[in-house]
Design a protein around this ligand. Structure first.
Ligand SMILES: *Cc1c(COP(=O)(O)O)cnc(C)c1O
Length: 407
């Protein structure tokens, strides 16, 4: 097959609009609910709570702001309300997923906490429960765990939850990438004491931006809502007893998200088809696709694979640059990403583990034994173009081009 670049770029994951989004946005416009109050927000909160199996949802400007409020809520519950100039986790260690987007755990730092990173397990590419257990023996004072579900493929979150319970720790679940996925019959977003989902532009459904905080506790939801709208007290003037934020969701953005929800299942089906076509296309290559745990129903947000180490050519990654040496029959993520780029298709390395990031390099990192699993998956792994609008023909071209890298 001759391989020519696509005339229209193929994205990793891009927004897919249907029409209802515009109807709800227009409703906001026509009724002049062009602020952070309105029917669309109420509807999104109801939908987010239904789809995640949590009683309460609070619509916010982003998932990062939702995570910030989760961390603050957890910090105050564990350690009491801090002085105005202090974070809710000042000087406290917090166990965090290591191989994830920085937004999962930056909010721990916003609140003065100290992320300690827990290594990844090969079986799910999520936090290793065994490494978490080990971490509690090394740092018995820790009372908070932040766990992210990677690329929409659930990890062993039931075991993580059990370990937290046994050690009297609270669990924050970052289901930003996993909305609509389930594990052992329960939706992602239902597992944490506090959980979040994201409506960022490249997620499975989107409002262009936006996020939701999820809890079964009405007091959490009320507090998050109050903090997100500048923490005003019920007084005839602007009365403040604590620090607030401008984190509330816009009713226009909520219109987009409201129009997306009826299509969540359909997006998952499309992403699943993308994953399965890759899996079939690469069946003779020495690669392993994102692992799926027994009992997990992923939302298949991003498809990716790791290359068998025997088929890895030499690849050298510095902090900002990379080189590799092509060898016959061998390849590396860098060669695959360059090949995709030449095709006008977007790939991405696996999330670079947080313990390898200059921001967090001097923080604790707990792995099992000698092997650094996260570093290894990062070294050998790649995310493939996973857009749900990619056609089968386009995907076949991508599959051929990737296969060529192994020649
Ligand atoms: C996208 C993402 C976030 C942040 O979501 P925003 O809505 O963009 O703030 C947090 N955690 C993970 C794992 C993500 O993928």
């Amino acid at each position: 097959m001759e391989i020519k670049p696509f005339s229209k770029r193929i994205y990793l994951a891009s927004p897919t609009m249907h029409g209802e989004e515009l109807k709800y946005m227009k409703e906001a416009f026509d009724t002049n609910w062009m602020s952070t109050i309105g029917e669309n927000i109420n509807a999104v909160e109801k939908l987010a709570s239904e789809y995640s199996g949590k009683k309460y949802a609070v619509g916010l400007s982003s998932c990062t702001s939702a995570l910030h409020l989760c961390v603050k809520l957890a910090g105050e519950r564990l350690y009491g309300r801090p002085a105005v100039s202090h974070g809710a986790l000042e000087g406290k260690r917090v166990f965090c997923s290591d191989m994830t987007f920085a937004a999962t755990l930056n909010p721990v730092s916003y609140e003065g906490g100290i992320p300690i990173f827990i290594d990844t397990e090969e079986d799910s590419w999520n936090m290793s429960p065994e490494a978490l257990e080990k971490a509690f023996s090394l740092y018995p004072d820790v009372k908070l765990v932040v766990f992210a579900e990677l690329y929409g493929f659930p990890g062993r979150v039931d075991e993580i939850k059990d370990i937290c319970k046994r050690h009297g720790a609270l669990l924050i679940e970052d289901a930003a990438e996993a909305h609509g996925a389930t594990y052992k019959g329960s939706p992602c977003g239902s597992f944490g004491d506090l959980s979040v989902v994201s409506y960022n532009g490249n997620k499975i459904i989107t409002g262009s931006t936006g996020g939701a905080l999820l809890s079964n506790d009405k007091a959490d939801a009320d507090k998050a809502r109050k903090w997100s709208t500048q923490a005003r007290e019920p007084a005839p003037w602007y009365q403040h007893e604590e620090i607030g934020y401008n984190y509330r969701m816009s009713n226009v953005v909520a219109g987009v998200i409201r129009g997306q929800y009826p299509h969540l299942k359909e997006h998952i089906e499309q992403k699943k088809a993308v994953y399965e076509r890759y899996k079939a296309g690469f069946k003779d290559l020495p690669v392993e696709m994102n692992p799926i745990l027994e009992g997990a129903c992923p939302n298949y947000w991003l498809s990716g694979f790791t290359i068998d180490e025997r088929y890895m050519c030499k690849q050298d990654r510095g902090d900002l640059t990379v080189t590799y040496e092509k060898e016959t029959g061998k390849t590396c993520p860098t060669e695959i990403l360059e090949t995709l780029e030449k095709l006008n298709a977007e790939g991405r390395p696996i999330w670079k583990p947080m313990h390898m990031q200059p921001t967090y390099r001097n923080h604790g990192f707990v792995s099992l034994g000698e092997k650094d699993v996260g570093a290894d998956i990062f070294n050998r792994g790649v995310c493939l173009p996973s857009d749900n609008k990619m056609t089968e023909i386009e995907q076949n071209v991508i599959i051929e081009a990737v296969k060529n890298c192994f020649r």
